[in-house]
Design a protein around this ligand. Sequence first.
Ligand SMILES: [Zn+2]
Length: 335
Amino acid sequence: MQHFIEKMPKAELHVHLEGTLEPELSFALANKNGVVLAYETPEALVAAYDFYDLPSFLAIYYAGMNVLVEEDDFYQLTYAYLVKARSQETIYAELFFDPQAHTSRGVSFDTVITGIHQAQVDAEKKLGIKSQLIMCFLREMSAESAMQHLELAKPYRNLLVGVGLDSDERDNPPIKFYDVFREAKAMGLKLTMHCDVNQQDSLIHIKQCISDIQVDRIDHGINSLESEELCELIKDKKLGLTVCPVSNQFVVQSLTSVEIHKMLKKDMLVTINSDDPAYFRAYLNENLVQLQKEGKFSQEQIVTLVGNAFKVAWLDDATQNGYLQQLQRYVSEHS
Ligand SMILES: [Zn+2]
């Protein structure tokens, strides 16, 4: 089963580029840019990854970003992730980035997006991995700041496929960003938002995402299982849910295999993703392999989970069908 999973053609829909910053690259960039890190070695840095909830993770996560300064730093970050993803047979990825985490440190929007985009172009050409970019807003920052960044993104509209919302969910409901997401939709961008696991007001936030913001997808969204109404809404609207098992384990001490089984049973379009793989020490293959072991998922269920990611990806029908056929070919050759 592990070999079957590792060699499958896969898609990743929930990965934060800043969360793919490996300790070794972090130290190399810190040296180059004269940034002082709080730890002496990459091993010591990893040893400090002791998260138990969202805020404890975010504190370490934002401190880590200080090493990203020049355009080439963003290029290296993105290219390294795409190399790693391709080595795991990920053939398509939708990538989150958080421009406010960089502009707030004096790094220009152009520096960030140009570096990322160039790496995407090169990786598609050289490695054969296609990717699209989703600009996320930091929800603890103001709606005005989010709107300013949407304005900054307008000259780069064609480099983006959608917008998202992430970071500290407490007291930062989806509705706070109603105007920003209306404007993004008017620009033709797809919409997604994080509804992290076990957050305060989780069900209210999920409802707002669906009914007020009218998202095209939900990131995480596990708590929707607590409401039959929300499950039905998600199914009716065929909304994909990007679940991240190893990330969840830091909050709920399980890979949420029970919940993922329930979603499959309800025919919800649940997908498996890595979230912040450098910090959680697990890329997409590790997420799938560990999840399969915990939940004893059948090969057919794993294929459904991987197929769902292609189905809810923001792609044109022809490209999507091409990927699904590639997956089907793999399954018939390896079953
Ligand atoms: Zn996330």
